[in-house]
Design a binder for this molecule. Structure first.
Ligand code: AMP
Ligand code: MG
Length: 421
């Protein structure tokens, strides 16, 4: 049976990045930059004051002290946003606001706190005297033109995940919009005669379709947008019709759940093989062994198992990296975290993704499992904040062993005794 690593490698080969589109900065959070961005001007754009204070010649105040202040003559005001053509000469100062353009002749700013300038003192007739209590060095409290960014420099590269800070930075550089990759469109299809859409009435033997809801959210979290193909009955034609909708709407990827194992009604695999092909349909992992990959009329297709936890894990292991590749996100994958087992783990030799709680104790990360690991038990997935990854071939791990974990939630200081795991 195919290992997780080789299955993933096989699968990722079939994906390439989607097209880019220009999007307004305000709507770019979480998008992936599709171009290298160059600054068209320096940052700061002009040398300015980093404090409210007095623009001075540092040489004038070299000997200033609280006991022997230096008196300067204030000849003007420079508010932020205005250019004042005044130059300071020896013995003079100009009152300046944070962010205001530094005047000619000034090589430093003395903050208001280091002067006798009273809070409510409004002076509009110049000159007036100011006492300086502290010396400054050349360059003090100045934000020098170009100290952060030089015009022409590449400041962000294609493939960058855009967080609020990147967007603020792009705004500072005067961009109104940037090229980002289109969000990959991922179609989801649930299959099974037992399934009922959430909100509808249940009948005996029926259960709610949890997977559509969960997978849609996983798609959005991964940077994609979802296309809901609904619930297909265990009937060839219904499955076909719904897959056709995914094809017509030009999905970049179709993800189904259930119907790919060896059950008598597992028809999804059959329909896929009829209109496309299956490249593999089993992976040596737990949960989620019956996982199919292929294409439907040329569109990549991932058939996840029906059990919700298996579907979730299959998504995280295979679909999330595929969406990352489709969306040009080069900051994927996130690294696994090393944690120490706080209980013995028994495994069956498959690569296992076990629901666990990771917590911090004396500066180290420890982990234990959350309840029984049945693949229908979404509750234990909800209670978990990590997947503990047990490699293939391993049948048991003792207390204290180190394992890799994917963190999926908040890590608390100590495990709560009330959880009762
Ligand atoms: P199957 O892969 O069809 O054998 O399904 C495996 C298990 O997952 C069965 O217990 C199904 O009822 C359950 N299942 C399949 N699809 C869903 C779904 N969309 N939501 C919740 N449970 C599901
Ligand atoms: Mg089924």
């Amino acid at each position: 049976m195919l290992s997780v690593a080789s299955a993933l490698e096989k699968l990722l080969k079939e994906f390439s990045v989607v097209k880019a589109e220009p999007v307004a900065l305000m709507n770019c959070r979480g998008r992936i930059l599709a171009e290298d961005v160059r600054a068209s001007f320096d940052l700061p754009l002009f040398t300015n004051s980093s404090m409210d204070g007095f623009a001075v010649k540092s040489d004038d105040v070299r000997h200033a002290g609280v006991d022997h202040p230096v008196e300067l003559s204030v000849i003007a005001d420079i508010p932020a946003g205005l250019v004042v053509g005044k130059e300071i000469k020896k013995g003079q100062a100009i009152r300046i606001m944070t962010g205001a353009v530094v005047p000619k002749g000034c090589d430093a700013v003395v903050p208001i706190e280091d002067t006798n300038y009273g809070l409510n003192r409004a002076q509009d007739e110049f000159p007036w005297p100011i006492q300086i209590y502290k010396p400054v060095n050349p360059g003090d409290y100045l934000r020098v033109r170009g100290q952060d960014v030089h015009a022409g420099e590449v400041v962000l590269t294609a493939g960058t995940f855009l967080r609020p800070q990147e967007l603020g930075f792009l705004g500072m550089l005067g961009f109104k919009e940037v090229l980002v990759y289109r969000r990959p469109k991922v179609a989801i299809l649930s299959t099974g005669d037992e399934l009922v859409k959430v909100g509808s009435a249940l009948a005996p033997g029926k259960i709610y379709d949890a997977n559509s809801v969960m997978l849609a959210a996983q798609i959005v979290e991964s940077g994609g947008e979802f296309l809901d193909l609904g619930i297909a009955k265990d009937k060839h034609d219904d499955i076909y019709q719904r897959l056709e909708k995914g094809f017509m709407e030009q999905a970049d990827l179709i993800v189904s759940s259930a119907g790919v194992s060896v059950g008598a009604f597992d028809l999804v695999r059959q329909v896929i093989e009829e209109y496309g092909s299956i490249s593999f349909w089993r992976v040596n992992m737990r949960p989620g062994k019956p996982l199919a990959f292929g294409n439907y009329r040329g569109i990549p297709f991932v058939g996840l198992p029906g059990n919700p936890v298996s579907a979730f894990v299959g998504f995280d292991v295979f679909v999330q990296p595929a969406i990352a590749k489709l969306s040009g996100n080069r900051e994927f994958p996130r690294p696994a975290q090393k944690v120490k087992l706080d209980e013995e783990i028994i495994s069956d030799g498959r690569e296992s993704y076990l629901r666990g709680i990771v917590y911090q104790k004396e500066g180290e990360l420890y982990a234990r499992l959350t309840g029984h690991q049945g693949s229908g038990n979404l509750r234990s997935l909800v209670q978990s904040n990590a997947f503990l990854i047990v490699p293939s071939e391993v049948k048991s791990l003792p207390i204290g062993a180190e394992v890799n974990a994917w963190i999926t939630g908040v890590i608390n200081q100590a495990i709560s005794e009330d959880l009762g795991f």
